[in-house]
Design a protein around this ligand. Structure first.
Ligand code: SAJ
Length: 422
């Protein structure tokens, strides 16, 4: 089949490459000229395990090209961002624009698949009216479905293949056509439903995770007051066969979990009480984290403190800073007039202020190391080396990434988020 994939980001690019190396002719489209140029030059504009070699294979085989404009194709796949606005309502401009952009190229018998996560009813109420402009009869001459991406950054290629996939067509034929296409690389089960149920299922998955993390964060806050280590208590509770509590942390980042619950809150604000409360609980964690840093420094009577923040991406072992709690912690520190440096081995582009290129540079004159992301590199840190570079020796681990006993042995005063046991 020939495919036109609109959006060459964290989802669209890996998905394009997978279709291309599994026999399809793929044309990728992006509004970002640099991204298009880099793709054609077999260079990565995003970091993802296994992407480089697959991109090379796809481009070298002649099965994958990219440009700023769509082309005619059998199948159109839309994988563009669907963020929220300041007021927490869904911004569907990219989805709308992407759909509009393919209208001149769509022909009878084509299939249009939306992969972006959207509020329930978006395909029916937002996409279909645009696609009607093609003049084709929807469901008979033009087929449409929602097949939400469900892959986790860092393990995209494994999950694209192994995860079950939801396919929600606007009618049965649309679902079946979509399933047949993904069968070219998906080994998990493919579940067919209608478009709106597929939209709901996808939003539910991320909302479930957000609510569960908010519960874990609440347990951390409680534990901080009562001499309990929440990490240990949650681990023990999870030995129960029907309990699966997530882990606390400095906040919830990324473009999905911190966003998608608002899609439900927006459409039914009065009914989505736990959902909104959880969002607010998780959004408060960076403020709490900065407050804990400040009080730790005050307890030790450190004058004009300098904080070394370790980890800027929104989670471990990736380069993605979207909605990262670290950036919010930085804003909080700035507001409190506390100076800081920051270091992240995965971030090449200097988005956060005061980012240093080397760990030693970040540690220079610092009083406290604050772990905000549990990158593998941080788990291997040598406290003996680090203590020699700092002015004072405090460490605050918000991700339970460190063996704090080793740090104590190296002369550090230690603190862990959600743990007032020690
Ligand atoms: N986090 C915690 N505690 C946890 C787990 C995560 O604080 O126990 C934080 C992370 O540090 C991070 C944020 O939550 O800041 C989100 O990370 P994540 O690993 O939960 O999820 P994402 O955003 O990388 O990917 C999610 C995944 N959804 C689910 O697991 C249900 C992925 O499968 C989706 O494809 C993706 O959202 C998406 O694009 O919707």
């Amino acid at each position: 089949k020939s495919l036109c994939v609109v959006g060459l980001g964290y989802i669209g690019l890996p998905t394009s490459v997978m279709f291309a190396i599994n026999g399809h002719q793929v044309h990728g489209v992006d509004v970002n000229r640099k991204a298009v140029e880099m793709v054609n030059a077999k260079q990565l504009h995003i970091e993802e395990n296994g992407l480089q070699e697959r991109l090379e294979e796809a481009v070298d085989s002649g099965k994958f090209t990219a440009s700023l404009e769509p082309t005619e194709a059998d199948v159109f796949v839309i994988a563009v961002p669907s963020p929220i606005r300041e007021d927490k309502t869904a911004n569907l401009d990219y989805v709308k624009k992407a759909t509009e952009s393919i209208v001149p190229f769509v022909k009878e018998g084509n299939l249009v698949i939306l992969e972006s996560t959207v509020p329930p009813r978006t395909v029916e109420d937002v996409m279909l009216p645009v696609l009607e402009e093609t003049g084709l009869t929807i469901g008979e001459e033009l087929f449409v479905s929602h097949s939400p991406e469900r892959v986790i950054p860092g393990k995209v290629f494994q999950e694209l293949v192994d995860n079950d996939r939801i396919v929600g067509g606007i009618n049965e034929k649309s679902s079946e056509m979509t399933r047949d296409l993904y069968l070219s690389f998906v080994k998990g089960n493919i579940h067919l439903t209608d478009a709106t149920t597929a939209e709901m299922a996808k939003v539910i998955e991320n909302t479930y995770r957000d609510v569960n993390i908010a519960f874990a964060n609440e347990l951390a806050l409680i534990s901080d007051q009562i001499g309990v280590n929440s990490w240990e208590a949650i681990k023990l509770a999870n030995y129960h066969p029907r309990v699966n509590i997530h882990t606390p942390g400095p906040g919830v980042g990324g473009h999905c979990i911190a966003v998608d619950p608002w899609f439900l809150a927006e459409i039914q604000p009065d009914l989505s009480k736990i959902i909104q409360l959880s969002r607010n609980t998780n959004d408060h964690m960076p403020v709490y984290t900065a407050g804990e840093v400040e009080s730790f420094l005050k307890e030790q009577h450190i004058q004009d403190p300098k904080v070394a923040l370790f980890g800027l991406s929104f989670k471990a072992n990736i380069d993605d800073q979207r909605e990262s709690p670290s950036l919010k912690v930085i804003l909080e520190l700035v507001e409190r007039g506390i100076s800081f440096s920051s270091y992240d081995p995965h971030i090449k582009e200097n988005v956060a202020s005061n980012q240093t290129q080397s760990m030693d540079e970040a540690l220079e004159g610092a009083d406290i190391v604050v772990i905000l992301t549990d990158h593998d590199e941080f788990k291997q840190l040598d406290p003996a080396h680090i203590q020699g570079k700092m002015r004072s020796r405090l460490v605050f681990d918000t991700k339970n990434a460190l063996s704090l006993d080793e740090w104590k042995d190296a002369g550090f005063l230690t603190k862990r988020l959600g743990d007032s046991k020690n």
